[in-house]
Write a protein of this length. Structure first.
Length: 318
């Protein structure tokens, strides 16, 4: 199989990285328009050469990237110049709206009304009309009715810690966010700080180097995920990849091959529910260990980069 991919120029994007890594792990031949996000140097072609390569490629992946500063995002003109809509798949990893841009006070208002997390324009209507398939990271039930296919982040190789835990877990809760403006991140942090004053071993440090960050997750009975700019963010997959019991703010978006509350994940919808469940599981740490292991097993079965690309190919061949 051969895939031609139009990718965003250099700007790191978690979904782009997931898809690119998954293509390689499925031993699929890949040629791309731009460097970055795990694309091998030898697989980067000029626009002219990619257009030629696309003539014999099985699929064209047009993968969204945020336009910001020096980063131009995806070259939509190149998608059209390739001119193969029947085999073009658009992969939309945006949040807040289809350009990943927020309007005035949207973040603040969305704290009170999560429906406002879905801004306008929500769908790239040009790509929706042009491409044969449209996959979307933040895909709601009403989007699926239009034929849009949900595609969440997944675990990439760098999420897994190379550190081997040689002793019992030593941290009760790990709760670390780069920003606390979205979802229940602030509330989760405040609850954890409260529990720390009660004598629990709680880590709420931020701006950690990535290896230390993963080691803390691996060493924790419980690690907390909450919505970021989108419901789906990298934190969940980092937790699951390191066998900590993942506490996940429940998504409003669609979640293919979802986890099961109390079996391989712990879900919460409010700060009160989060605190109550934290207290319960802190008194039942044996359950945390089982859920962390089961979560890891479900991740490996359904939610790695390799599995994401298998999912894409299965959906377009249904």
């Amino acid at each position: 199989m051969k895939i031609a991919a139009i990718t965003p120029y250099k700007k790191p994007d978690y979904l782009v990285e997931t898809v690119i890594e998954g293509i390689y792990k499925n031993n699929i031949e890949l040629k791309c328009s731009c460097p970055g996000n795990g694309v091998h140097k030898e697989d980067i072609l000029s626009s002219k050469d990619l257009i030629e390569y696309s003539k014999t490629a099985d699929y064209i992946f047009a993968i969204w990237g945020k336009q910001k500063g020096i980063y131009p995002g995806i070259n939509y003109n190149l998608v059209k110049e390739i001119n193969q809509p029947q085999k073009t798949i658009y992969i939309d990893g945006s949040e807040w709206n289809c350009h990943a841009q927020t309007y005035s006070n949207q973040v603040v208002m969305a704290k009170q009304n999560p429906q406002l997390r879905k801004g306008t324009p929500w769908i790239n209507e040009d790509m929706y009309s042009y491409c044969n398939f449209y996959f979307k990271r933040e895909c709601y039930p009403e989007d699926k009715k239009r034929g849009i296919i949900p595609l969440l982040f997944g675990a990439v190789d760098k999420n897994f810690s190379g550190y081997e835990l040689l002793e019992d877990k030593t941290i009760d809760i790990f709760c670390s966010f780069g920003q606390v403006n979205d979802g229940l991140r602030l509330e989760a942090t405040q609850i954890c700080q409260k529990l720390k004053t009660e004598g629990y071993n709680v880590v709420t440090e931020s701006n950690l180097d990535y290896e230390t960050f993963k080691k803390y997750i691996l060493s924790s009975y419980i690690s907390i995920d909450a919505w970021g700019g989108g419901d789906c963010c990298a934190r969940l997959w980092e937790i699951l990849a390191n066998k900590s019991c993942a506490f996940m703010q429940e998504y409003n978006i669609l979640f293919p091959n979802d986890f099961t509350d109390g079996k391989n994940i712990v879900k919460y919808n409010t700060s009160e529910e989060l605190e109550n469940k934290l207290r319960y599981y802190l008194n039942n740490k044996d359950k945390c260990l089982k859920i962390g292991q089961k979560g890891y097993e479900h991740l490996i079965q359904h939610h790695t980069s390799k599995k994401r690309v298998e999912y894409i190919l299965n959906k377009i061949n249904e």
